[in-house]
Design a protein around this ligand. Structure first.
Ligand SMILES: Cc1cc2nc3c(=O)[nH]c(=O)nc-3n(C[C@H](O)[C@H](O)[C@H](O)COP(=O)(O)OP(=O)(O)OC[C@H]3O[C@@H](n4cnc5c(N)ncnc54)[C@H](O)[C@@H]3O)c2cc1C
Length: 502
């Protein structure tokens, strides 16, 4: 049986893993090697809906403490400046998979021309509001809308570390210089100062360095370069002055990639993810600064490679976080992947793990990564906004992985919910049909079975959107909602998270 777990790395992945193990399997001894010398990557600030659910429902962390210390703001989805429309919103709350009972067809069939504010989440995004008012509860924010977080990486890491310490996780300050092999895989970590640390199970959470899985065990890396061409980002933000706090992330098409805008309470974080084969670092920085004159004049360049290791669990080493793989920043999925992998691991540690348990874990983890790759590839494949070498290459050469049948079906039948039967991995898919339809409808991907709405249907559709718009406009902004949850009168109850996906 595993009794002693050693985690290499005190970034968000190592700390989430430590908290998960200590909370759910409290008899384990859990230690984290933390290197102040190396530090954390310092990017990774948007989440999907699974993060609030993971923290507050699954791990049962105290939301008042988490909000006070980590200071997240809420994200209702992503506004994509993408494709032929002015923009479209991928909202975490269902908008295209829903069908209003007054109409015979799903909402996507009515969104060819105008795809704005067709569900509550996207109506709130349109209105610049984050939550509807909870009229029964005094008019404060009603958190039962699907949301993710924007959280500054440094604040998240600090908060998680303090929670892990309180739970009894031990921290060892030091930098690993090597690993000693043994019959079960790794026998001990060797620190630069000569210390030797043994354990039954090693979690490699060492970020892109992948010290144990990649370097010590030399597990092969499976590149996603045929689906995703970006491999660098310039990153730089500025302190908020009078800009309103937007309740969503922006993803904006750029010459050789795309740029994010992430909204913290006091800081706006921008980053340009680009393909180094298509643009130099200098030209990317120039383009970034032209768009963002408030950003620092020498933005930081971060390199990454898109892909995953062939297996994440090898012998007695499990890699979680960037050390196991990284798809790319679009859709902000890495923390979601960490949470899914930590959660998936727990039942597999109930007994001494066998080779078949390791194989099952690897299959599930590979599936999360590969489904994410395909979902992101869909974004690139159908973005017709710019006509230059990079975007022409994306449209021509992006491989679509497991999405072939879904795309063929959509091309014939359009945005029907029947597409759900062709979504890869079905119920385990982190994005659900909603995500795929948002990209297909948002990018106006053509389909044959158009629906010609009657005048009566058109009028019903407009009335439904007006009702949504009115409800959204009565809602609260991010700043107002932060004020409410900081009031001594606020009570965290069932409202800790909205519905989640993934
Ligand atoms: C440009 C970019 C944008 C991103 N945006 C997002 C986003 O919006 N949302 C999202 O979820 N994710 C995003 N990510 C991914 C993000 O990096 C991860 O979600 C996460 O924050 C990093 O987690 P980590 O713990 O795996 O890595 P790190 O933060 O790098 O932590 C690694 C840890 O290992 C330690 N370590 C390494 N080597 C040694 C050693 N030899 N000895 C001792 N300690 C060691 C380090 O000190 C550190 O503590 C982004 C990534 C990039 C590159």
């Amino acid at each position: 049986m595993i009794q002693n777990v050693l985690i290499l790395g005190a970034g968000s992945a190592g700390l989430l893993a430590a908290i998960t193990l200590k909370k759910k399997l409290p008899s384990l001894t859990v230690s984290v090697v933390r290197s102040s010398e190396i530090g954390v990557i310092g990017v990774g600030e948007g989440t999907t809906t699974n993060m609030p659910d993971y923290l507050f429902n699954f791990l049962q962390l105290d939301p008042s403490r988490f909000y006070a210390q980590a200071e997240p703001t809420w994200k209702l989805g992503i506004r994509l400046l993408w494709g032929p429309r002015d923009y479209f919103d991928y909202s975490f709350a269902d908008q295209l998979t829903g069908q209003y009972r007054q109409l015979q067809r799903a909402s996507g069939y009515f969104s060819d021309e105008d795809f704005h504010g067709i569900g509550l989440g996207s109506a709130l995004m349109e209105a610049g509001k984050v939550f509807p008012r909870n009229v029964q509860a005094g008019g404060g924010p009603d958190l039962r809308v699907s949301f993710g977080f924007h959280i500054e990486n440094a604040k998240l890491v600090q908060t998680l570390e303090s929670i892990a310490r309180e739970l009894g996780v031990t921290f060892v300050e030091g930098t690993m210089s090597g690993a000693e092999r043994g019959p079960a895989g790794i026998a001990a970590l060797l620190l630069e100062d000569g210390r030797r640390l043994e354990a039954d199970l090693f979690l490699d959470c060492s970020g892109f360095r992948s010290e144990l899985l990649g370097r010590a065990l030399e597990e092969p890396f499976v590149s996603y370069e045929r689906a995703l061409f970006c491999d660098r980002a310039v990153v730089g933000g500025w302190d908020r002055t009078n800009e309103p706090i937007l309740p969503y992330t922006i993803a904006e098409t750029m010459e050789a990639g795309w740029a994010w805008q992430i909204e913290h309470e006091h800081h706006i974080n921008r980053g340009y993810v680009y393909c180094s084969q298509a643009i130099s670092d200098e030209a990317a920085c120039e383009e970034f600064l032209r768009k963002n004159p408030k950003a620092p004049k020498s933005p930081r360049v971060v390199k990454f490679r898109s892909g995953r290791y062939r297996r994440m669990w090898v012998e007695n080493v499990i890699a979680i976080g960037n050390s196991s793989g990284f798809v790319e920043p679009l859709e902000a999925t890495a923390l979601m992947t960490v949470a899914r992998h930590c959660r998936g691991l727990l039942p597999m540690l109930a007994d001494a793990p066998t080779e078949t348990v390791r194989a099952l874990y690897n299959k599930l983890c590979n599936e999360t990564f590969d489904d994410t790759r395909d979902f992101l590839a869909l974004h690139y494949k159908f973005n017709t906004r710019l006509d230059n070498d990079f975007w022409r290459r994306c449209r021509a050469d992006t491989e679509m992985g497991a999405l072939g049948s879904l795309l063929e079906f959509y091309g014939e039948n359009g945005p029907t919910n029947l597409n759900a039967l062709l979504v890869p991995s079905q119920d385990r898919n982190p994005f659900g049909l909603e995500g795929y339809l948002a990209m297909l409808v948002g990018n106006r991907v053509p389909y044959k079975a158009r629906h010609r709405a009657t005048d009566a249907e058109r009028s019903t559709w407009q009335q439904l959107l007006t009702t949504l718009r009115n409800q959204a406009e009565q809602g609260l902004t991010v700043a107002e909602s932060l004020g409410c949850i900081r009031s001594p009168l606020w009570r965290w109850n069932a409202q800790k998270t909205g519905p989640q996906r993934g």
